[in-house]
Write a protein that binds this ligand. Structure first.
Ligand code: NAG
Length: 514
């Protein structure tokens, strides 16, 4: 009897069954996804994780579906530092990404692994969490498993994602997230408007392909479960919630819908891993401070032109500070105060009290890490949201911006010296760090809470914005204007009729009396 009892407890966990769909073959995206895995399995839920980059030692409550066959469709080699520096590659034209993402989704969703998975009647889920990146095609998984949909977004909120759960932001006072500058002057707003028109056009153009991929990816699986596939439009705008990797400490004070929850910084572990022994020693001994230089997980410092790199090395050699540079290969004969490391435990380096400056590409994960530990930064934005992330850091006063390849290096060196000398940048970083930490609960706890809330309330219908139910012409009151115009026409007509009647009567009377 007792044996049976124990068996029943071991066999089933009373957590929810949650599906994570994070199909982007990029390290920074998988860092965010693995944080979902960590928080949700720690909370006792069973997680199935669809990823091109499976975790090596999965925890007991995790199952993984490997979709690495899609890796070739978005090879890491396109993110080439040299091409960004020479402006040969410009990924700010985001509409160029639509067809790439469409094909990535087609290949992933229609792969044997995914089709087998979706057709298996044993697969049942309480909610599905889908990463948004320039496509909404993943939303169909909620139709397959007949469960609520939760979007995960990796940047500061913007119109493309907010219109999925509410409506776009007002472009009159919202800086464009994929723009290079932080400005709301007439020209910038005009540019912003033009970009939106362009994007809308490309979205409209890709609409038929989207529909075709949606139907071909999901129809058969949905039918095999005895259900009917709703239209793509319905499914796309039917999310229960959006969990955004944003926070006011490094964002703007946008108005946000109830279904948007800002959980920025949830990827950082509460307990920071200890530094490797040798690095710990180097950092402890750097009384004058440590400068940490990294271009992130996608961009390679070694793709910088040699001349640029040598000038930077030469400059670093003149400093009293220690420099830790994440670099893909060792460099011979470099000054003694520069340490090149191939793999960097970034949060642990930023957490060290001797770290005084972070030189970064400006990815949002790096921004949250630097905010968590209160380290000021110099950003070298290259693509995506990096420009707007750095621009906001500059505006808030804990960062400076430098465009590699476009500005003279002397300016960079002057900025570095200035930021070492002047303590105001470190003070600002500490102020914003306080704001980063000053929340009712940790972002990880919030993540778990809201996912559970969606399951408990069967799709959190009360959070759904009424804006999704109202057609665009009603939002602009065009229907009211129409009614008023018709009324005015009717009244004008009646008045005219009455007047002509009266007038003709009067003139007839007049004629008679004469
Ligand atoms: C929309 O979401 C709700 C809540 O999860 C669900 O009950 C409904 O079936 C969904 N509708 C469509 C068209 O996907």
């Amino acid at each position: 009897m007792l044996f049976l009892f124990i068996f029943a407890f071991v066999g089933v966990s009373d957590g929810y069954n949650l599906l994570l769909f994070f199909p982007i073959p990029g390290k920074s995206h998988s860092i965010l996804a693995e944080a979902y895995v960590r928080h949700l399995t720690d909370a006792g839920h069973n997680v199935t994780y669809i990823t091109p980059l499976p975790i090596k030692n999965p925890p007991p409550l995790l199952r993984q579906i490997d979709v690495s066959l899609n890796t070739d469709l978005l090879p890491g080699s396109i993110f080439d530092v040299q091409k960004f520096m020479s402006k040969e590659l410009d990924l700010q034209e985001t509409q160029l990404l639509f067809p790439i993402m469409q094909e990535l989704m087609r290949a992933t969703l229609q792969s044997d692994q995914m089709q087998k998975f979706m057709h298996d009647p044993k697969e049942q889920y309480d909610a599905v969490i889908v990463e948004w990146l320039f496509t909404e095609l993943g939303a169909g998984l909620s139709s397959v498993f007949n469960c609520p949909l939760i979007w995960s977004t990796s940047t500061e909120p913007h119109s493309d994602i907010l219109s999925l759960i509410d409506e776009p932001l007002n472009i009159a006072y919202t800086v464009y997230i994929w723009g290079r500058e932080y400005s709301l002057d007439l020209y910038s707003r005009l540019q912003h408007l033009w970009t939106i028109i362009k994007i809308k056009y490309y979205q409209w153009k890709g609409h038929d392909i989207d529909n075709e991929i949606f139907v071909n990816s999901y129809k058969s699986a949905v039918q095999s479960r005895g259900l009917k596939l709703p239209s793509y439009e319905e499914v796309k705008y039917n999310a229960s919630l959006m969990l955004g990797n944003s926070h006011i400490s490094c964002g703007d004070a946008h108005r946000l819908p109830q279904a948007y929850k800002a959980i920025g910084g949830y990827h950082i572990k509460d307990n920071i891993d200890p530094l490797p022994h040798d690095l710990q020693k180097v950092m402890d001994e750097s009384q004058e401070g440590v400068i940490y230089f990294s271009l992130g997980t996608m961009l390679k410092s070694s793709r910088m032109p040699n001349e640029t790199r040598n000038k930077i090395i030469e400059f670093f050699g003149t400093l009293k500070q220690t420099v830790i540079w994440k670099y893909e290969k060792p460099i011979a004969n470099s000054p003694r105060n520069i340490h090149f490391i191939q793999w960097a435990p970034q949060p642990s380096i930023l957490a060290h009290p001797n770290t005084i400056l972070f030189m970064t590409h400006g990815g949002i994960l790096s921004l949250f890490e630097t905010l968590k530990f209160g380290v000021p930064l110099i950003g070298f934005p290259m693509f995506g949201d990096q420009f707007s992330n750095i621009n906001r850091a500059v505006k808030k006063g804990f960062g400076k911006r430098f465009i590699l390849g476009q500005e003279p290096l002397e300016k960079l060196f002057k900025t570095v010296l200035d930021m070492i000398e002047d303590s105001k940048y470190r003070e600002r970083a500490k102020e914003f760090s306080l704001i980063f930490h000053d929340r009712p609960v940790s972002p990880g706890a919030e993540l778990v809470h809201w996912v559970e809330h969606v399951v408990r309330t069967r799709g959190a219908p009360l959070l759904r914005s009424p804006a999704l139910m109202v057609p665009w012409y009603q939002k602009c009151y065009l229907d009211l204007i129409y009614v008023i115009l018709v009324l005015i026409l009717i009244i004008a007509y009646v008045i005219r009729k009455v007047c002509t009647k009266l007038f003709t009567k009067k003139s007839m009377l007049k004629n008679k009396t004469e």
